[in-house]
Design a protein around this ligand. Structure first.
Ligand code: NDP
Length: 500
Protein backbone atom coordinates (compact mmCIF):
# COMPACT_ATOMS: atom_id res chain seq x y z
CA UNK A 1 0.00 0.00 0.00
CA UNK A 2 2.80 2.39 0.92
CA UNK A 3 4.48 1.45 -2.35
CA UNK A 4 2.02 3.76 -4.10
CA UNK A 5 4.23 6.56 -2.76
CA UNK A 6 6.74 5.49 -5.38
CA UNK A 7 5.36 6.88 -8.59
CA UNK A 8 8.07 5.90 -11.03
CA UNK A 9 8.90 2.45 -12.33
CA UNK A 10 12.15 3.59 -13.88
CA UNK A 11 14.15 6.56 -12.66
CA UNK A 12 15.77 9.16 -14.88
CA UNK A 13 18.78 11.36 -14.32
CA UNK A 14 18.23 15.03 -13.42
CA UNK A 15 20.45 17.12 -15.69
CA UNK A 16 20.09 20.81 -16.47
CA UNK A 17 16.71 20.89 -14.73
CA UNK A 18 15.30 18.11 -16.93
CA UNK A 19 14.54 14.47 -16.24
CA UNK A 20 16.47 12.58 -18.91
CA UNK A 21 17.12 8.95 -19.75
CA UNK A 22 20.60 7.62 -19.31
CA UNK A 23 22.39 7.17 -22.63
CA UNK A 24 23.36 3.63 -21.55
CA UNK A 25 19.73 2.50 -21.33
CA UNK A 26 20.84 0.03 -18.67
CA UNK A 27 19.08 -0.40 -15.33
CA UNK A 28 19.30 -2.38 -12.14
CA UNK A 29 16.57 -3.22 -9.64
CA UNK A 30 16.25 -1.59 -6.25
CA UNK A 31 14.78 -3.92 -3.65
CA UNK A 32 13.21 -3.33 -0.26
CA UNK A 33 15.55 -5.10 2.19
CA UNK A 34 12.59 -5.90 4.45
CA UNK A 35 10.87 -8.21 1.93
CA UNK A 36 12.94 -8.08 -1.29
CA UNK A 37 10.06 -6.53 -3.19
CA UNK A 38 11.25 -4.57 -6.24
CA UNK A 39 10.72 -0.85 -5.66
CA UNK A 40 12.10 0.77 -8.80
CA UNK A 41 14.62 0.41 -11.62
CA UNK A 42 17.62 2.71 -11.38
CA UNK A 43 19.77 3.70 -14.38
CA UNK A 44 23.37 2.60 -14.66
CA UNK A 45 24.52 5.76 -16.36
CA UNK A 46 27.47 6.21 -18.67
CA UNK A 47 30.50 8.48 -18.78
CA UNK A 48 28.65 10.53 -21.34
CA UNK A 49 25.86 11.25 -18.84
CA UNK A 50 28.41 12.45 -16.29
CA UNK A 51 30.10 14.66 -18.89
CA UNK A 52 26.78 16.28 -19.77
CA UNK A 53 25.97 16.89 -16.11
CA UNK A 54 29.36 18.46 -15.46
CA UNK A 55 29.14 20.67 -18.53
CA UNK A 56 25.71 21.93 -17.54
CA UNK A 57 26.84 22.47 -13.95
CA UNK A 58 29.83 24.45 -15.13
CA UNK A 59 27.65 26.80 -17.16
CA UNK A 60 25.02 27.17 -14.43
CA UNK A 61 27.60 27.85 -11.72
CA UNK A 62 28.82 31.03 -13.39
CA UNK A 63 25.38 32.63 -13.01
CA UNK A 64 24.61 31.07 -9.64
CA UNK A 65 27.79 32.48 -8.09
CA UNK A 66 26.57 35.98 -9.01
CA UNK A 67 23.24 35.58 -7.22
CA UNK A 68 23.58 37.27 -3.79
CA UNK A 69 24.03 34.61 -1.11
CA UNK A 70 20.88 35.66 0.85
CA UNK A 71 18.88 35.01 -2.33
CA UNK A 72 20.57 31.67 -2.85
CA UNK A 73 19.53 30.89 0.70
CA UNK A 74 15.87 31.58 -0.13
CA UNK A 75 15.92 28.42 -2.27
CA UNK A 76 17.12 26.39 0.70
CA UNK A 77 14.34 27.81 2.89
CA UNK A 78 11.84 26.62 0.31
CA UNK A 79 13.56 23.22 0.13
CA UNK A 80 13.29 22.97 3.92
CA UNK A 81 9.60 23.87 3.86
CA UNK A 82 8.83 21.30 1.16
CA UNK A 83 10.75 18.62 3.04
CA UNK A 84 8.75 19.51 6.13
CA UNK A 85 5.43 19.22 4.29
CA UNK A 86 6.47 15.85 2.85
CA UNK A 87 8.25 14.54 5.90
CA UNK A 88 6.02 11.52 6.42
CA UNK A 89 6.04 10.39 2.77
CA UNK A 90 9.80 10.87 2.53
CA UNK A 91 10.28 8.88 5.74
CA UNK A 92 8.19 5.97 4.48
CA UNK A 93 10.03 5.83 1.16
CA UNK A 94 13.32 5.99 3.06
CA UNK A 95 12.29 3.03 5.22
CA UNK A 96 11.32 1.08 2.12
CA UNK A 97 14.58 1.58 0.28
CA UNK A 98 17.00 1.50 3.21
CA UNK A 99 15.20 -0.65 5.81
CA UNK A 100 15.70 1.54 8.89
CA UNK A 101 12.69 1.67 11.20
CA UNK A 102 10.23 4.47 10.54
CA UNK A 103 11.02 6.38 13.73
CA UNK A 104 14.66 6.61 12.67
CA UNK A 105 13.68 7.46 9.09
CA UNK A 106 11.67 10.40 10.43
CA UNK A 107 14.72 11.45 12.43
CA UNK A 108 16.90 11.30 9.33
CA UNK A 109 14.50 13.39 7.24
CA UNK A 110 14.32 15.90 10.12
CA UNK A 111 18.10 16.15 10.01
CA UNK A 112 17.81 17.23 6.37
CA UNK A 113 15.13 19.79 7.25
CA UNK A 114 17.31 21.19 10.04
CA UNK A 115 20.23 21.39 7.66
CA UNK A 116 18.16 23.30 5.08
CA UNK A 117 17.25 26.01 7.57
CA UNK A 118 20.70 26.13 9.13
CA UNK A 119 22.50 26.45 5.79
CA UNK A 120 19.91 28.95 4.57
CA UNK A 121 20.99 31.07 7.56
CA UNK A 122 24.55 30.85 6.27
CA UNK A 123 23.39 32.80 3.23
CA UNK A 124 23.34 35.87 5.49
CA UNK A 125 26.63 35.04 7.15
CA UNK A 126 29.29 33.28 5.04
CA UNK A 127 31.61 35.32 7.22
CA UNK A 128 35.05 36.32 6.14
CA UNK A 129 37.37 38.60 8.12
CA UNK A 130 38.39 42.19 7.94
CA UNK A 131 41.73 43.00 9.43
CA UNK A 132 43.95 46.12 9.59
CA UNK A 133 46.48 46.52 6.84
CA UNK A 134 50.10 47.17 7.81
CA UNK A 135 50.06 50.15 5.42
CA UNK A 136 48.26 53.47 5.58
CA UNK A 137 45.13 53.99 3.47
CA UNK A 138 44.82 50.35 2.64
CA UNK A 139 41.97 47.93 3.45
CA UNK A 140 42.38 44.18 3.93
CA UNK A 141 39.78 41.42 4.08
CA UNK A 142 39.25 37.75 3.37
CA UNK A 143 36.13 36.37 1.67
CA UNK A 144 34.84 32.89 0.90
CA UNK A 145 34.65 32.22 -2.85
CA UNK A 146 32.86 29.21 -4.37
CA UNK A 147 35.06 26.44 -5.74
CA UNK A 148 33.03 25.80 -8.92
CA UNK A 149 31.58 22.38 -9.73
CA UNK A 150 31.35 20.05 -6.76
CA UNK A 151 31.09 16.26 -7.05
CA UNK A 152 29.14 14.55 -4.28
CA UNK A 153 29.24 10.76 -3.75
CA UNK A 154 26.99 9.36 -1.02
CA UNK A 155 26.35 5.97 0.66
CA UNK A 156 23.10 4.08 1.24
CA UNK A 157 22.96 4.18 5.03
CA UNK A 158 21.84 7.84 5.38
CA UNK A 159 20.63 8.49 1.84
CA UNK A 160 19.00 11.85 2.48
CA UNK A 161 20.78 13.27 5.53
CA UNK A 162 24.29 12.91 4.11
CA UNK A 163 23.16 14.36 0.79
CA UNK A 164 21.85 17.46 2.57
CA UNK A 165 25.02 17.80 4.67
CA UNK A 166 26.97 18.12 1.44
CA UNK A 167 24.71 19.68 -1.18
CA UNK A 168 23.18 22.44 0.98
CA UNK A 169 26.46 24.10 2.02
CA UNK A 170 27.84 23.63 -1.50
CA UNK A 171 24.82 25.34 -3.06
CA UNK A 172 24.50 28.21 -0.59
CA UNK A 173 28.19 28.96 -1.10
CA UNK A 174 27.60 29.46 -4.84
CA UNK A 175 28.74 26.14 -6.30
CA UNK A 176 26.93 23.83 -8.71
CA UNK A 177 26.61 20.14 -7.83
CA UNK A 178 26.84 16.82 -9.61
CA UNK A 179 25.59 14.15 -7.22
CA UNK A 180 25.94 10.39 -7.49
CA UNK A 181 23.78 8.66 -4.89
CA UNK A 182 24.31 5.04 -3.83
CA UNK A 183 22.70 2.60 -6.25
CA UNK A 184 20.89 0.82 -3.38
CA UNK A 185 19.03 3.98 -2.33
CA UNK A 186 18.23 6.21 -5.33
CA UNK A 187 14.70 7.15 -4.26
CA UNK A 188 15.76 9.73 -1.70
CA UNK A 189 17.91 11.37 -4.38
CA UNK A 190 14.98 11.39 -6.77
CA UNK A 191 12.70 12.96 -4.12
CA UNK A 192 15.25 15.57 -3.09
CA UNK A 193 15.92 16.54 -6.71
CA UNK A 194 12.16 16.94 -7.26
CA UNK A 195 12.01 19.20 -4.22
CA UNK A 196 14.90 21.30 -5.53
CA UNK A 197 13.14 21.51 -8.89
CA UNK A 198 9.97 22.84 -7.22
CA UNK A 199 11.91 25.20 -4.99
CA UNK A 200 13.01 27.31 -7.95
CA UNK A 201 16.68 26.37 -8.03
CA UNK A 202 18.02 27.54 -11.41
CA UNK A 203 18.51 24.77 -13.96
CA UNK A 204 21.84 23.00 -13.81
CA UNK A 205 22.81 24.03 -10.25
CA UNK A 206 21.94 20.54 -8.97
CA UNK A 207 22.37 17.50 -11.19
CA UNK A 208 21.80 13.88 -10.21
CA UNK A 209 23.44 11.06 -12.14
CA UNK A 210 22.49 7.56 -11.04
CA UNK A 211 24.86 4.66 -11.57
CA UNK A 212 27.70 2.61 -10.21
CA UNK A 213 30.67 3.91 -8.30
CA UNK A 214 33.06 2.27 -10.72
CA UNK A 215 31.56 4.09 -13.72
CA UNK A 216 29.75 7.26 -12.62
CA UNK A 217 31.73 7.85 -9.42
CA UNK A 218 35.04 7.15 -11.06
CA UNK A 219 34.29 9.45 -14.01
CA UNK A 220 33.42 12.24 -11.59
CA UNK A 221 36.65 11.73 -9.66
CA UNK A 222 38.66 12.07 -12.88
CA UNK A 223 36.68 14.90 -14.46
CA UNK A 224 38.90 17.95 -14.81
CA UNK A 225 36.00 20.38 -14.31
CA UNK A 226 34.98 18.94 -10.95
CA UNK A 227 37.15 20.85 -8.49
CA UNK A 228 36.17 19.09 -5.29
CA UNK A 229 34.91 15.63 -4.41
CA UNK A 230 32.95 15.19 -1.19
CA UNK A 231 32.63 11.50 -0.37
CA UNK A 232 31.08 9.45 2.40
CA UNK A 233 31.47 5.71 2.30
CA UNK A 234 33.86 2.88 3.00
CA UNK A 235 37.57 3.27 3.73
CA UNK A 236 38.73 1.24 0.74
CA UNK A 237 36.82 3.37 -1.74
CA UNK A 238 37.71 6.60 0.09
CA UNK A 239 41.43 5.85 -0.02
CA UNK A 240 41.27 5.12 -3.75
CA UNK A 241 39.40 8.35 -4.40
CA UNK A 242 41.86 10.34 -2.27
CA UNK A 243 44.82 8.95 -4.21
CA UNK A 244 43.22 9.81 -7.55
CA UNK A 245 42.29 13.30 -6.39
CA UNK A 246 45.79 13.77 -5.01
CA UNK A 247 47.32 13.12 -8.44
CA UNK A 248 45.10 15.84 -9.91
CA UNK A 249 45.52 18.30 -6.99
CA UNK A 250 41.76 18.13 -6.56
CA UNK A 251 40.21 18.98 -3.20
CA UNK A 252 38.69 15.94 -1.52
CA UNK A 253 36.68 15.54 1.66
CA UNK A 254 36.31 12.03 3.06
CA UNK A 255 34.02 10.72 5.79
CA UNK A 256 34.48 7.00 6.23
CA UNK A 257 34.20 4.20 8.75
CA UNK A 258 34.25 3.98 12.50
CA UNK A 259 34.91 1.51 15.34
CA UNK A 260 33.11 3.46 17.99
CA UNK A 261 33.12 2.59 21.66
CA UNK A 262 31.00 3.28 24.71
CA UNK A 263 33.06 3.32 27.91
CA UNK A 264 31.15 2.24 31.02
CA UNK A 265 32.96 3.12 34.24
CA UNK A 266 32.38 1.56 37.65
CA UNK A 267 30.39 4.61 38.82
CA UNK A 268 28.10 4.73 35.76
CA UNK A 269 24.32 4.74 35.81
CA UNK A 270 24.03 1.23 34.38
CA UNK A 271 20.42 1.57 33.37
CA UNK A 272 21.20 4.69 31.32
CA UNK A 273 24.33 3.08 29.88
CA UNK A 274 22.30 0.04 28.79
CA UNK A 275 19.81 2.25 26.97
CA UNK A 276 22.62 4.22 25.32
CA UNK A 277 24.39 1.05 24.16
CA UNK A 278 21.23 -0.52 22.75
CA UNK A 279 20.31 2.61 20.82
CA UNK A 280 23.82 3.09 19.42
CA UNK A 281 24.55 -0.56 18.67
CA UNK A 282 21.27 -1.73 17.17
CA UNK A 283 19.74 1.45 15.73
CA UNK A 284 19.79 1.31 11.91
CA UNK A 285 20.71 -2.36 12.57
CA UNK A 286 24.24 -1.23 13.43
CA UNK A 287 24.73 0.19 9.92
CA UNK A 288 25.78 3.64 11.07
CA UNK A 289 29.28 5.01 10.78
CA UNK A 290 28.80 6.11 14.42
CA UNK A 291 27.36 2.77 15.60
CA UNK A 292 28.68 1.48 18.91
CA UNK A 293 30.45 -1.80 18.18
CA UNK A 294 32.66 -1.93 21.30
CA UNK A 295 31.71 -1.52 24.93
CA UNK A 296 34.76 -0.91 27.09
CA UNK A 297 33.53 -1.84 30.53
CA UNK A 298 35.13 -1.60 33.97
CA UNK A 299 35.56 -5.16 35.24
CA UNK A 300 33.69 -4.37 38.48
CA UNK A 301 30.43 -3.75 36.60
CA UNK A 302 30.90 -6.12 33.68
CA UNK A 303 28.58 -8.87 34.87
CA UNK A 304 25.81 -6.50 35.89
CA UNK A 305 26.01 -4.74 32.53
CA UNK A 306 25.90 -8.06 30.66
CA UNK A 307 22.75 -9.07 32.53
CA UNK A 308 21.04 -5.78 31.79
CA UNK A 309 21.99 -5.83 28.13
CA UNK A 310 20.78 -9.41 27.67
CA UNK A 311 17.49 -8.73 29.37
CA UNK A 312 16.85 -5.58 27.26
CA UNK A 313 17.98 -7.23 24.02
CA UNK A 314 15.28 -9.85 24.46
CA UNK A 315 12.70 -7.09 24.19
CA UNK A 316 13.99 -5.78 20.84
CA UNK A 317 11.37 -6.37 18.16
CA UNK A 318 12.85 -7.08 14.75
CA UNK A 319 11.08 -6.76 11.41
CA UNK A 320 9.83 -4.48 8.66
CA UNK A 321 10.62 -0.90 9.64
CA UNK A 322 7.22 0.35 8.49
CA UNK A 323 5.65 -1.48 11.43
CA UNK A 324 5.85 1.15 14.20
CA UNK A 325 6.35 -1.54 16.84
CA UNK A 326 9.63 -2.78 15.38
CA UNK A 327 12.87 -1.45 16.83
CA UNK A 328 15.40 -3.16 14.53
CA UNK A 329 15.03 -3.38 10.75
CA UNK A 330 16.80 -5.43 8.08
CA UNK A 331 20.36 -5.35 6.75
CA UNK A 332 20.77 -3.56 3.42
CA UNK A 333 21.59 -6.62 1.25
CA UNK A 334 22.85 -10.22 1.18
CA UNK A 335 26.50 -9.12 0.98
CA UNK A 336 26.00 -7.19 4.21
CA UNK A 337 24.51 -10.26 5.90
CA UNK A 338 27.39 -12.40 4.74
CA UNK A 339 29.98 -9.92 5.99
CA UNK A 340 28.35 -9.83 9.43
CA UNK A 341 28.09 -13.60 9.61
CA UNK A 342 31.73 -13.91 8.73
CA UNK A 343 32.65 -11.66 11.67
CA UNK A 344 30.65 -13.87 14.04
CA UNK A 345 32.81 -16.82 13.06
CA UNK A 346 35.97 -14.71 13.36
CA UNK A 347 34.93 -13.58 16.86
CA UNK A 348 34.27 -17.12 18.01
CA UNK A 349 37.53 -18.39 16.50
CA UNK A 350 39.37 -15.57 18.28
CA UNK A 351 37.94 -16.72 21.61
CA UNK A 352 35.31 -14.09 22.36
CA UNK A 353 32.23 -15.44 24.15
CA UNK A 354 28.94 -15.20 22.21
CA UNK A 355 26.19 -14.28 24.68
CA UNK A 356 23.31 -13.56 22.30
CA UNK A 357 22.42 -13.61 18.60
CA UNK A 358 25.05 -14.38 16.02
CA UNK A 359 22.76 -15.76 13.30
CA UNK A 360 20.75 -14.79 10.23
CA UNK A 361 16.99 -14.73 10.83
CA UNK A 362 15.45 -16.54 7.88
CA UNK A 363 12.33 -18.33 9.04
CA UNK A 364 8.67 -17.33 8.99
CA UNK A 365 8.17 -13.59 8.69
CA UNK A 366 11.92 -13.14 8.13
CA UNK A 367 12.18 -15.57 5.21
CA UNK A 368 11.91 -12.90 2.50
CA UNK A 369 14.12 -10.20 4.03
CA UNK A 370 17.72 -9.64 5.15
CA UNK A 371 17.52 -9.93 8.92
CA UNK A 372 20.28 -10.53 11.46
CA UNK A 373 19.74 -11.19 15.16
CA UNK A 374 21.17 -8.49 17.48
CA UNK A 375 24.41 -9.95 18.76
CA UNK A 376 26.44 -9.58 21.95
CA UNK A 377 29.98 -10.85 22.46
CA UNK A 378 31.80 -10.59 25.77
CA UNK A 379 35.36 -11.04 26.98
CA UNK A 380 36.75 -9.68 23.75
CA UNK A 381 40.29 -8.33 23.86
CA UNK A 382 41.33 -5.05 22.23
CA UNK A 383 43.45 -6.64 19.51
CA UNK A 384 40.78 -9.06 18.23
CA UNK A 385 39.49 -8.39 14.73
CA UNK A 386 35.94 -7.98 16.03
CA UNK A 387 37.30 -5.24 18.30
CA UNK A 388 39.32 -3.56 15.53
CA UNK A 389 37.41 -3.78 12.24
CA UNK A 390 34.16 -2.16 11.20
CA UNK A 391 31.39 -4.81 11.04
CA UNK A 392 28.48 -2.57 9.99
CA UNK A 393 25.81 -4.73 11.55
CA UNK A 394 24.03 -5.30 14.88
CA UNK A 395 27.05 -6.75 16.66
CA UNK A 396 28.61 -5.35 19.83
CA UNK A 397 31.56 -6.68 21.83
CA UNK A 398 32.30 -6.11 25.51
CA UNK A 399 35.96 -5.52 26.36
CA UNK A 400 36.68 -5.59 30.10
CA UNK A 401 39.27 -3.15 31.53
CA UNK A 402 40.69 -2.43 34.99
CA UNK A 403 40.86 1.38 34.97
CA UNK A 404 39.75 4.64 33.34
CA UNK A 405 43.22 5.12 31.83
CA UNK A 406 43.12 1.66 30.27
CA UNK A 407 39.64 2.40 28.86
CA UNK A 408 40.93 5.52 27.10
CA UNK A 409 43.89 3.59 25.70
CA UNK A 410 41.66 0.81 24.36
CA UNK A 411 39.27 3.35 22.85
CA UNK A 412 42.13 5.03 21.00
CA UNK A 413 43.82 1.79 19.93
CA UNK A 414 41.97 1.41 16.62
CA UNK A 415 42.62 2.85 13.17
CA UNK A 416 39.39 4.87 13.23
CA UNK A 417 38.44 7.97 15.20
CA UNK A 418 34.81 8.93 14.62
CA UNK A 419 32.74 8.79 17.82
CA UNK A 420 33.19 7.75 21.44
CA UNK A 421 31.21 7.92 24.63
CA UNK A 422 31.78 7.65 28.35
CA UNK A 423 29.29 6.84 31.10
CA UNK A 424 30.49 8.12 34.46
CA UNK A 425 29.33 10.42 37.25
CA UNK A 426 32.82 11.68 38.01
CA UNK A 427 33.33 15.21 36.70
CA UNK A 428 37.10 14.78 36.61
CA UNK A 429 36.77 11.76 34.35
CA UNK A 430 34.32 13.63 32.14
CA UNK A 431 36.78 16.40 31.42
CA UNK A 432 39.76 14.09 31.09
CA UNK A 433 37.79 11.90 28.67
CA UNK A 434 36.69 14.75 26.40
CA UNK A 435 40.34 15.79 26.20
CA UNK A 436 41.90 12.35 25.75
CA UNK A 437 39.44 10.44 23.55
CA UNK A 438 40.93 10.64 20.07
CA UNK A 439 37.70 10.91 18.07
CA UNK A 440 35.97 13.72 16.20
CA UNK A 441 32.85 13.35 18.36
CA UNK A 442 32.70 12.67 22.11
CA UNK A 443 29.52 12.00 24.10
CA UNK A 444 29.19 12.01 27.87
CA UNK A 445 26.40 9.90 29.39
CA UNK A 446 24.89 9.26 25.95
CA UNK A 447 25.54 6.66 23.24
CA UNK A 448 27.84 7.15 20.25
CA UNK A 449 25.12 8.45 17.90
CA UNK A 450 23.00 11.58 17.83
CA UNK A 451 24.94 14.30 16.06
CA UNK A 452 23.26 17.70 15.76
CA UNK A 453 23.61 19.46 12.45
CA UNK A 454 25.07 22.75 13.67
CA UNK A 455 28.17 21.06 15.06
CA UNK A 456 31.01 19.65 12.95
CA UNK A 457 30.67 15.97 12.00
CA UNK A 458 33.63 13.78 11.14
CA UNK A 459 36.52 11.86 12.58
CA UNK A 460 40.23 11.64 13.20
CA UNK A 461 42.77 9.10 11.91
CA UNK A 462 41.39 6.53 9.42
CA UNK A 463 37.87 7.94 9.52
CA UNK A 464 38.62 10.86 7.26
CA UNK A 465 41.15 13.34 5.97
CA UNK A 466 40.56 16.24 8.32
CA UNK A 467 37.46 17.80 6.78
CA UNK A 468 34.07 18.00 8.43
CA UNK A 469 30.49 17.76 7.25
CA UNK A 470 27.80 19.74 9.08
CA UNK A 471 28.16 22.92 11.10
CA UNK A 472 29.90 25.97 9.76
CA UNK A 473 32.97 23.80 9.15
CA UNK A 474 31.13 22.19 6.23
CA UNK A 475 31.66 25.37 4.23
CA UNK A 476 35.43 24.98 4.26
CA UNK A 477 35.69 22.31 1.60
CA UNK A 478 33.19 24.04 -0.68
CA UNK A 479 34.90 27.45 -0.60
CA UNK A 480 38.29 28.94 -1.28
CA UNK A 481 39.64 31.69 0.93
CA UNK A 482 40.37 34.77 -1.09
CA UNK A 483 42.45 37.62 0.40
CA UNK A 484 41.48 41.07 -0.94
CA UNK A 485 43.60 44.24 -0.54
CA UNK A 486 42.22 47.66 -1.51
CA UNK A 487 44.80 50.42 -1.59
CA UNK A 488 43.23 53.89 -1.51
CA UNK A 489 46.43 55.87 -0.97
CA UNK A 490 46.83 56.73 -4.66
CA UNK A 491 50.47 55.64 -4.67
CA UNK A 492 52.38 52.37 -4.84
CA UNK A 493 52.81 51.00 -1.32
CA UNK A 494 54.96 47.93 -0.98
CA UNK A 495 54.11 45.48 1.80
CA UNK A 496 56.96 44.73 4.23
CA UNK A 497 59.05 47.53 2.64
CA UNK A 498 57.15 50.81 2.80
CA UNK A 499 56.10 50.25 6.40
CA UNK A 500 57.04 53.27 8.50
P1 NDP B 1 30.96 2.41 -0.46
O1 NDP B 1 32.29 3.04 -0.25
O2 NDP B 1 30.91 1.10 -1.10
O3 NDP B 1 30.03 3.36 -1.38
C1 NDP B 1 29.84 4.71 -1.09
C2 NDP B 1 29.58 5.44 -2.39
O4 NDP B 1 30.74 5.42 -3.20
C3 NDP B 1 28.46 4.80 -3.23
O5 NDP B 1 27.73 5.80 -3.86
C4 NDP B 1 29.25 3.98 -4.23
O6 NDP B 1 28.53 3.72 -5.41
C5 NDP B 1 30.44 4.89 -4.49
N1 NDP B 1 31.62 4.24 -5.03
C6 NDP B 1 31.96 2.93 -4.94
N2 NDP B 1 33.13 2.71 -5.61
C7 NDP B 1 33.53 3.91 -6.11
C8 NDP B 1 34.65 4.34 -6.90
N3 NDP B 1 35.62 3.50 -7.27
N4 NDP B 1 34.74 5.63 -7.24
C9 NDP B 1 33.79 6.53 -6.86
N5 NDP B 1 32.69 6.18 -6.14
C10 NDP B 1 32.57 4.89 -5.76
O7 NDP B 1 30.27 2.45 0.96
P2 NDP B 1 28.80 1.96 1.34
O8 NDP B 1 27.82 2.54 0.43
O9 NDP B 1 28.84 0.47 1.43
O10 NDP B 1 28.60 2.63 2.79
C11 NDP B 1 29.04 2.06 3.94
C12 NDP B 1 30.32 2.71 4.43
O11 NDP B 1 30.17 4.11 4.56
C13 NDP B 1 30.70 2.23 5.81
O12 NDP B 1 32.06 1.88 5.85
C14 NDP B 1 30.45 3.42 6.73
O13 NDP B 1 31.19 3.48 7.86
C15 NDP B 1 30.69 4.55 5.81
N6 NDP B 1 29.94 5.74 6.25
C16 NDP B 1 30.64 6.75 6.85
C17 NDP B 1 30.00 7.86 7.34
C18 NDP B 1 30.78 8.99 7.95
O14 NDP B 1 30.29 10.11 7.92
N7 NDP B 1 31.96 8.77 8.49
C19 NDP B 1 28.55 8.00 7.27
C20 NDP B 1 27.91 6.89 6.60
C21 NDP B 1 28.61 5.80 6.11
P3 NDP B 1 27.64 2.40 -5.65
O15 NDP B 1 27.45 1.75 -4.32
O16 NDP B 1 26.38 2.93 -6.21
O17 NDP B 1 28.39 1.56 -6.61
Amino acid sequence: MTKTLIQEEKLMNFINGNWVNSSSNQFTEVKNPANLETLVQVPLSSEDDVNKAVQTAKEAQKEWALVPAPQRAEVLYRVGMLMKERKEDLSQILTMENGKVIEEARGEVQEGIDMAFYMAGEGRRLFGQTTPSELKDKFAMSVRAPVGVVGIITPWNFPIAIATWKSFPAIVAGNAVVWKPATETPLMAYELAKIFEESGLPKGVLNVVFGSGSKVGNTMVHHKDIRVISFTGSNDVGRTIAAKCGEQLKKVSLEMGGKNAVIVMDDADLSLATEGILWSAFGTSGQRCTACSRVIVHEDVKERLEERLLSEMEKLTIGNGLDETNKVGPIINKDGLEKIQNYIKIGQDEGAKLLAGGYVLNNGEYADGNYFAPTLFTDATPEMKIAQEEIFGPVVSLIPVKSFEEAIEVNNGVEYGLSSSVFTRDVNRVFAAQRDLDTGIVYVNAGTTGAEIHLPFGGTKGTGNGHRDSGVAALDVFTEWKAVYVDYSGKLQRAQIDVE
